[in-house]
Structures are given as structure tokens and as C-alpha cells.
Write a protein that binds this ligand. Structure first.
Ligand SMILES: C[S@@+](CC[C@H](N)C(=O)[O-])C[C@H]1O[C@@H](n2cnc3c(N)ncnc32)[C@H](O)[C@@H]1O
Length: 504
């Protein structure tokens, strides 16, 4: 094929240094250029014109070749038809990604870019063992890539599967269903009496003003009468609004009584606006991708027990794995989302604490006896974890002062349990991946102030020892700078994450 000059134009917002490095890697894999030069804010490459490959690039808006413009799909994803005014910022909420808040959500661009860098395309099968709200599954669906996820949090699974179902909804369907939904809501609300005997209602009553509880119950019952994917969509939208209207402090990850006033906008108006915003967003997105039916799915299962689900029985069956795993002493997912979990009837109020302590990286032991057992396991390194991990936990333990609170005292054993659980999870991913295939993890660094001084926890490095232990080779470990790119003190708040790539 003839060699040509191809000018590549970045999107018109700021990039992290790692995004520029990813962009180059994508160009190398997709376009195999003879030469790359940077000039006046664009990249000039010499290579053969391949419009399909150019359209896949994540960090560029368009290419110019012989005065012809080729726009990338990502440009359309992030900008739609251009009717929604946008700031000069990376849009991470395109398609269905912005449907529900979820802590520790992936940046969808990173997932997409890694698909490009590792040459993952239609026909391949992708695994996300900690799929959360489904970013990987959705990004894969956009490109007809088969993807399966596991997550132990039923809310995460519900959000992820709702997002996948919503990919097949059109603007008109959503808007028309909204009319029917609110009509039925009014009729249901007129007759609704809350059942005070029901423990679910009793729990919710302590967290919502009674008038609001009547409204959200009527909304839920009205949604339940709709066709599956619309029903789930509306439930997820309401779920995303709940905290704001509850007695829970909206910005606090732990459940605490709010000190800020309740919103003045009516919840019905808020839900209605959110449905409209979703409909508009999906309409914009359909300028890049048509509505699509995908069989990608999040499975509600503990990854450590994945063999119990038929979808994960067969070994050597996935071509790629990608995830952002839970951190050691992770975010309190369940606590943060308890109102949604109970309102959606996914768990009962009694199940909140046990579920929280089942999550990998949980800060809690179920019982005192469990804590004592883990303390013993850790002191003896009963599970034969790599010596680097055991000695790190021992080092933390030796820093403990007698005055330390119960959380700090538990930390060395919690960390030891975290790395052991991650080992079991990695063993499953290793079993499921085909030979020579890659497993990408995006992991943050954290720290603790045990014994009065700061100790950094280099989770990516420690996890890389676990990966080796279960039989992976370390393919690469790359830093991902994750400071707040648009804040005032952006450069001061550098938060380091790393990409670890294992190879089976
Ligand atoms: C950082 S989040 C993943 C977020 C996801 N990448 C997204 O874009 O929404 C980590 C997830 O691990 C899940 N998790 C924790 N322990 C698990 C286990 N044993 N099996 C499966 N999932 C688990 C948590 O529920 C949480 O959703």
C-alpha cells in the first residue's frame, strides 16, 4: 500500500501524560507507521491510509489525509451531534456510562485504549473479574466484543446489566415510556399505603421523610409494570437520586445523618429531568453507534467461586482480562449504597454488614473470632504468601503502638487477608484465560498512618508478587498519573495509579 502523510489531531482538552503514551501505543498497533513526528499540537505520521483503524483511535478527534477528514468514533462518542454544549473536558459519561454513580469506576477511554493496544476485537472474549458498574462490559459491547463480568455486589451487577440493556433503547422509547410511567405513578400513589410491618419499609422510614418514601415506593411500583429494560433503566435512575433525598449525608461515603438541608427540587422533577437527560445522551451517542443488542453480562458471583457459575466453568476460555480491583481496606461500597440496595429489594437491611465484610478489601471482620484467626494466619504466614507481602504486613504490625484504635490494630491482618483473597481471585483469572493472553489491572497506591507516621502501601507492586505466585509473567507495569486535571491545585494532588499487565 502507498505510504502517505497522516495528520492526527488531539481532542481539544488536556491530557494526562499517560494518555499521550497510550495514544502512541495505539498508533503503533493499529497503524504500524514508518515514522511519527509531533508538530504544532498534532502528530504527523507516515504510513498507509487505513480509515477503519484511524476511526478506532481513542485520543484523537480526527485525521487529515490529502485534505480528506476522517473523524474518530471517539469524537462522536464524546461530542455526539454537538447539540449539548460541552466544556473543554474529556467526556467520561457518554453512552450509558453516566447512568449511576459508582466509586472506583473505570475511565472508559482507558478500557477502549487497552482494547486497541492489545488488539482485542470482535470475536474475542473478555473477562472483568471485578466488573462493578460495568464499564468494561459496555465498552466491549460498543465494539461487538463478547464480555462477561463478575461482581459480588448485587447493585453493581444490576447497574451493569441495566446499562447493557439500555444500549438497545432509543430516545423515542425512553420518552414515550416516561409518559406512561408518570401516569401510572399518580394512580398508584393515590392508593398506596406503606406496610409498617415490613422490615424493608421500617428500615427505609428511618432514612427518608415519609412523603418521599411514599413517592419512591409509588415510582418503584410504577416502573415494575414496564417492559424489562425500561423498567430497569428507570429504577437505576431513581436509585441514583435516592441519597440526595434521604437523611444520609449525600457526600459522605459512610452512612451518616445529614447536616445539610434536603434539596428544594421535588424528587419527581429530579427523576423526570434525569430521564430526559439520559434520553438526550443516548440520542447523541447514536450518532456514533446505532442501538445495539448485546449479550454481555455481569454475573452476581464472588470471583473466588466463579467455577460455580456455568459461564465460568470452562478453563482457557477468555482472550483478555481487564479490571480495576478493590483496594486493600477498600471503599465501603455496601455501606455507601445501602439505601439503593434495600430500596431495590436486592438485599435486606440485615444483610448489609455481612455483605460488606464479604467484599475483598473490606475493612471489617464478620466476628471477633474471625479477626483472631486471621491474626494467627498472618503471624505464621499460614497461606504461604510471597515473603515480600508477609514481611510488609509484619513491618506494619511492628509499628503499632499500644494506644492505637481497633481499626489500626486490625490493619496488618486485614491486609494479609486482602492479599490472600486477591491470590484466590488471580488463580481464577489464570484458570479462565487462554495461554499467552493478557490480564490488565489498574490499581492505586494507598497509605496508612500506623504508629503515628505515614507508611505507603505499594499495592500494585505487592499484587505483582501475587500474580507471579499464581503463574503469571509480568509483562509490564506502567505509571498512570491521576491528578485532578481540571481543579485549581491540580498538580499538587498527584494520585498515582499503575497499570499492571500480566501474561499467562
Ligand atoms: C474498583 S470497583 C470496580 C469498578 C468498575 N471497574 C467500574 O467501572 O464500575 C471493584 C469491585 O470489586 C467488587 N468486588 C469485591 N470483592 C469481590 C469478589 N470477591 N468477587 C467479585 N467482585 C468483588 C466490588 O463490589 C466492586 O464493585
Amino acid at each position: 500500500m502507498k505510504t502517505q502523510e497522516i495528520d492526527l489531531f488531539w481532542h481539544n482538552y488536556k491530557f494526562f501524560p499517560y494518555e499521550k503514551r497510550f495514544a502512541l501505543r495505539e498508533i503503533e498497533t493499529l497503524l504500524k507507521p514508518n515514522d511519527i513526528k509531533e508538530l504544532n499540537g498534532k502528530l504527523i505520521i507516515s504510513g498507509s491510509k487505513n480509515s477503519e483503524a484511524i476511526k478506532k483511535l481513542v485520543y484523537f478527534s480526527h485525521a487529515e489525509i490529502d485534505q480528506n477528514i476522517v473523524q474518530t468514533l471517539q469524537f462522536h462518542c464524546e461530542n455526539g451531534s454537538g447539540t449539548i454544549p460541552r466544556h473543554k473536558r474529556q467526556n467520561t459519561r457518554y453512552s450509558v456510562h453516566g447512568l449511576h454513580e459508582y466509586k472506583g469506576k473505570f475511565n472508559p477511554q482507558v478500557v477502549r485504549s487497552l482494547f486497541n493496544i492489545y488488539n482485542i476485537h470482535k470475536g474475542d472474549k473478555v473477562l472483568d473479574p471485578f466488573c462493578g458498574s460495568g464499564t468494561t462490559l459496555v465498552e466491549a459491547a460498543h465494539d461487538n466484543i463478547t464480555a462477561k463480568g463478575t461482581d459480588i455486589n448485587p447493585l453493581a451487577v444490576f447497574i451493569a446489566n441495566t446499562k447493557i440493556g439500555a444500549l438497545n433503547l432509543s430516545f423515542n422509547e425512553v420518552v414515550q415510556s416516561k409518559g406512561q410511567f408518570f401516569k401510572r405513578y399518580s394512580a398508584i400513589k393515590l392508593k398506596l399505603k406503606l406496610n409498617d410491618e415490613d422490615p424493608r419499609i421500617q428500615y427505609l422510614k428511618s432514612w427518608f421523610p415519609e412523603a418521599t418514601l411514599v413517592e419512591i415506593e409509588a415510582l418503584r411500583l410504577s416502573a415494575n409494570e414496564l417492559e424489562e429494560s425500561i423498567k430497569n433503566l428507570f429504577l437505576v435512575i431513581i436509585s441514583n437520586t435516592l441519597r440526595e433525598y434521604s437523611f444520609q449525608e449525600p457526600l459522605d461515603l459512610r452512612i451518616r445523618r445529614r447536616t445539610t438541608p434536603l434539596p428544594t427540587t421535588k424528587i419527581l422533577d429530579q427523576v423526570s429531568d434525569s430521564i430526559d437527560a439520559f434520553a438526550q445522551n443516548i440520542k447523541e451517542f447514536h450518532t456514533a453507534f446505532k442501538p445495539l443488542k448485546s449479550n454481555n453480562k455481569a454475573h452476581h458471583i464472588d470471583i473466588k467461586l466463579s467455577q460455580q457459575d456455568t459461564a465460568f466453568k470452562k478453563e482457557n476460555s477468555f482472550d483478555f482480562a481487564i479490571t480495576s480491583p478493590p483496594y486493600a481496606t477498600a471503599l465501603p461500597y455496601i455501606d455507601t449504597q445501602r439505601l439503593s440496595l434495600v430500596w431495590l429489594n436486592l438485599i435486606s437491611a440485615k444483610e448489609i454488614r455481612p455483605l460488606e465484610s464479604d467484599l475483598i478489601g473490606s475493612r471489617e471482620f464478620k466476628m471477633k473470632s474471625e479477626q483472631l484467626n486471621w491474626q494467627q494466619f498472618f503471624l505464621e504466614n499460614k497461606h504461604s504468601l510471597p515473603k515480600e507481602i508477609h514481611s510488609f504486613c509484619m513491618q506494619l504490625n511492628s509499628k503499632l503502638k499500644p494506644s492505637e484504635g481497633f481499626r489500626k490494630i486490625a490493619l496488618p491482618s486485614l491486609l494479609y487477608r486482602y492479599f490472600y483473597d486477591m491470590k484466590l481471585a488471580f488463580e481464577e483469572v489464570h484458570r479462565l484465560l487462554k495461554e499467552e493472553k493478557y490480564f490488565c489491572l489498574i490499581v492505586g497506591h494507598n497509605h496508612t498512618t500506623i504508629g503515628g507516621s505515614r507508611t505507603d502501601i505499594d499495592t500494585p507492586k505487592l499484587l505483582s508478587f501475587i500474580g507471579k505466585e499464581v503463574g503469571f509473567k509480568i509483562h509490564e507495569i506502567l505509571p498512570l498519573e491521576a491528578y485532578q486535571r481540571y481543579g485549581l491545585n491540580s498538580l499538587n494532588a498527584v494520585q498515582q495509579e499503575s497499570l499492571i499487565v500480566f501474561k499467562k
